[in-house]
Design a protein around this ligand. Sequence first.
Ligand SMILES: O=C(NC1CCCCC1)[C@H](C1CCCCC1)n1c(-c2ccc(CO)cc2)nc2ccccc21
Length: 218
Amino acid sequence: KEKVEITKEQQALMKIITDAYNRHQIPQDVAKKLLQDQYSAEENFLLLTEMATSQVQVLVEFTKNIPGFLSLDREDQIALLKGSAVEAMFLRSAQVFSRKMPSGHTEVLEERIRKSGISEEFITPMFNFYKSIGELHMVQEEQALLTTVTILTPDRPYVKDQQAVERLQETMLDVLRKLCVLQHPQEPQYFARLLGRLTELRTLSHYHTEMLASWRMN
Ligand SMILES: O=C(NC1CCCCC1)[C@H](C1CCCCC1)n1c(-c2ccc(CO)cc2)nc2ccccc21
């Protein structure tokens, strides 16, 4: 069994990314808002657009801290942000949903989201994804690196220098792989499960436009 070891520079890389990920959170917590008050479908739609908008700003600030990202071609940086914004939003939503909350709060939050105005057909795949993320019990370093790997997807539309993005993504995947082995020694296939979520994430993000278009306004 080969000894998995995170190098000093990988440790430093992980710290930079995790600190940036934690620093760039949504200003006011949407879960708290949803737990406090029951909103109409219109108010929920507005809340989502506000949240999604602020999430994009948070994403831009976060990516500036990914070592090597700013050295990429400028237009490619924009292509990567545009290509990953919805996936990053669902990933963050899943992490918000899976966060440890006082007993009963998750159920209330789930109910509020089910009744928010989202069309029935999208509720199941969305919560299946949220629960499959929750079951992974990711540590914050894994969450930060998974978001980073998602942003650094080479085959986004309009990316010119895919090799440069691939090299960066490989660097992050290597750290994430080692971290998974060290954090979940009993589960050798944990890393593979984690990457499998990215496929589910891509499918879910294809629904996003339809989810907005079919929001049930009264
Ligand atoms: O605001 C939100 N998410 C933000 C986004 C930016 C990053 C933080 C979370 C919304 C809510 C808005 C108001 C109505 C209830 C859903 N949301 C969704 C969500 C996201 C997108 C769609 C349509 O594609 C449908 C639902 N899943 C959530 C899981 C947990 C907590 C909020 C969650």
